[in-house]
Design a protein. Structure first.
Length: 375
């Protein structure tokens, strides 16, 4: 990606100059963190390009755990998990009309989100919304829920609460734009939240140091695994099933063209003006998050998450995960139905075969109507 910034000297040449890397803020940065969902153990972490700035100055800023940046669409899985919680405000087959739309963002201020390249899609299911990362339909679904006495939509209130339960400690502003990932958070927080999906709704505290021992081998400090359920396993599976579709058919499909064959789920994220690029995803054994951007939030990466962050994620996963290939298990309480992917209704004999998909639902919340669009 550095080749796109012709006004900068080569990073390695700059590093070898007498003055060191000057200024380091001008160079594109990246961060990666990998967490075992079952234990919370941090298996790998990269906080930036380099520790080196000059011979007298060291870069102590770890972008994986310290930098607070907007996650954009990479936050949407938490939003939809909140919407799926019982009693559900939506299902994977819920239809939303995607069109220009606005609401009151902050008190007295109009907020009108837009889609990538200004494209609108009409009627779309929740699955399509996530796979194509459609902003307006997401915001509309979440914010057109009933409001409380403070004027906060139930979809937003649920999202804030669930994100906190999933380990997000950064402050989340309960405004409509939260549905599109407009509140700053850390890469480690978002990656550990995705680990909850991988671990069927169980949150584990991150552990970077398992234990410390003295010269005699006596343990001075030991961090034990801490687990707690924060999300119903059925809801976690619904998100996994949808996020597998992001990699199979959606904005994450480059993962497959790069050669990662094992079952995996994930989501891209890109913020306004391409300031931040994200890809966060997981398989049953590892949750991995990647962020790419400049330290200066006014500078643009000029690339979306699928082109800036996803390739790093895919290359890492190909090397890091070498265990037996296994898919995500289906918990009790999930039922599958053959539906028309455009209408979200049960398939009829007239539905085109290439539009029929097998979709997962909570038992008792699957579609009941048969599609008649193609009659």
């Amino acid at each position: 990606l550095d080749k796109g910034y012709a006004d900068l000297p080569d990073y390695d040449e700059n590093k070898n100059s007498d003055s060191g890397i000057n200024p380091i803020e001008s160079y594109l940065q990246a961060a990666l963190i990998a967490i075992d969902p079952r234990t919370g153990y941090i298996k790998a972490m990269v906080g930036g390009r380099d520790y080196y700035i000059t011979r007298q100055k060291i870069n102590f800023f770890n972008r994986a755990v310290q930098a607070q940046r907007q996650p954009g669409s990479a936050f949407k899985p938490i939003v939809f998990a909140a919407m799926f919680q019982e009693p559900p405000l939506a299902t994977p087959a819920t239809i939303v009309f995607d069109e220009p739309w606005f609401t009151e963002g902050m008190p007295g201020k109009r907020w009108a989100p837009s889609n990538y390249k200004g494209r609108y899609h009409g009627d779309v299911t929740v699955r399509t919304i996530l796979e194509k990362s459609i902003n307006v339909a997401t915001a509309r679904l979440v914010n057109e829920t009933k409001t409380d006495l403070n004027g906060i939509a139930e979809g937003i209130r649920r999202t804030v609460q669930l994100a906190k339960n999933m380990g997000v400690k950064s402050r989340l502003l309960p405004y409509p734009a939260l549905s599109l990932g407009a509140s700053d958070l850390r890469l480690i927080e978002l990656t550990n939240a995705y680990a909850v999906f991988a671990n069927y709704g169980i949150h584990t505290e991150q552990i970077g140091i398992r234990y410390v021992e003295d010269r005699n081998g006596d343990i001075l400090i030991e961090n034990s695994v801490q687990r707690r359920r924060v999300l119903n396993e059925k809801i976690a599976y619904l998100l996994t099933n949808l996020l597998k579709g992001v990699i199979r058919n959606g904005t994450g499909r480059r993962v497959r063209t790069m050669g990662l064959k094992r079952p995996a789920a994930g989501k891209t994220g890109t913020t306004n003006d391409f300031t931040d690029a994200w890809f966060v995803g997981y398989d049953p054994n590892l949750s991995v998050g990647v962020w790419v951007g400049f330290d200066d939030p006014q500078k643009s990466t000029e690339y979306e998450g699928a082109h800036a962050a996803l390739p790093i994620w895919a290359r890492f996963m190909k090397e890091a995960v070498r265990s037996e290939m296994k898919d995500f298990g289906v918990p009790d309480g999930i039922t599958f139905r053959e539906i028309d992917r455009e209408t979200g209704l049960l398939q009829s004999e007239e539905c085109p075969e290439n539009q029929i998909i097998s979709e997962a639902f909570l038992v008792d919340y699957e579609p009941k109507m048969i599609c008649n669009t193609h009659n």
